[in-house]
Write a protein that binds this ligand. Sequence first.
Ligand code: SF4
Ligand code: SF4
Length: 129
Amino acid sequence: MKDLIKSIIYEIWSYFVPEKLSYEITGSCKKCGKCCNYMYSVDTYTEKEFKIMQMIFPKYKRFYIKGRDDEGNLIFACKLVTPDGLCSDYKHRLRMCKNYPAKRINYPGKLHDGCGYKVNTKNFEDYIK
Ligand code: SF4
Ligand code: SF4
């Protein structure tokens, strides 16, 4: 019984651990525009969900569904990115744009090939030091 309770507590704690992870970001933006032209949303799987999200957060109306990847996940792009890969409304870009790539994320993120940034993830040994 004691072990069961401990397991449940550890399971609950495990959901909070990623919140505390902070990655080291090095490098700089090469202004290629890939992150504005090709993005994912972790919890938006259908067009209907995307429309609901836009209704709740009108600022996301700048995004549109560009297609789906080989696994069927929606791919989004921003209407405000220029053909040169620059932001046409840089001054009013979203906080998520300003913070990209985020130092704190709750799921494994991946940068685009050729991105000027590098996310230095910590391994298990780093955390137990
Ligand atoms: S993918 Fe990387 S290098 Fe390209 S615009 Fe986005 S942050 Fe900059
Ligand atoms: S608002 Fe600007 S920086 Fe943000 S995704 Fe759109 S084009 Fe990129």
